[in-house]
Write a protein that binds this ligand. Structure first.
Ligand code: ZN
Length: 151
């Protein structure tokens, strides 16, 4: 099922953890509606970057989110977030740096540059956090920093 021209439901719900553990990762009707909005935001990001965007993690059902150790309040669990990389553009840090100044125009509620366990990616959510300081942050292991920081 195509959600938007460049993003499919399969891509937004793919989960190696769900597959490995036999967990259902079918979105609820509400989550599906949000996934369409999330995919629309990713289309704007793709157009802004001028290169394909690869979703490494999109929707996670409550069971899948718990299995990957995600926080219970995760925007992934409601279909509002996607973790992305864009190798043709550059490293995730460069990607985060390029997107952060344009979050309002791109309809990004929150951007997180994540560097955890030697892996890096960019988390994008269509939900805007309550505290403005949390809109653009870097997560490095267990540390959270304001803004996009090279870690
Ligand atoms: Zn994420």
């Amino acid at each position: 099922m195509q959600l938007t021209p460049h993003f499919t439901l399969a891509e937004m719900t793919a989960s190696s953890t769900a597959q490995r553990l036999g967990l259902d990762n079918t979105p609820t009707a509400e989550a599906l509606q949000r996934l369409v909005l999330t995919a629309a935001m990713l289309e704007r990001v793709r157009a802004h970057l001028g290169v394909p965007v690869i979703v490494t993690s999109g929707y996670r059902s409550r069971a899948v989110n718990a299995a990957v150790g995600g926080v219970t309040s995760s925007d992934h669990a409601i279909g509002s977030a996607a973790d992305i990389v864009a190798p043709q553009f550059g490293a995730p840090y460069d990607l985060a740096k390029a997107l952060a100044p344009h979050i309002n125009a791109l309809g990004i509620g929150q951007i997180i540059y994540e560097s955890v366990g030697g892996k890096q990616w960019v988390h994008l959510s269509i939900r805007t956090p309550d505290k403005p300081v949390n809109r653009v942050i870097t997560v490095h292991g267990r540390n959270t920093m304001a803004g996009i920081q090279e870690v």
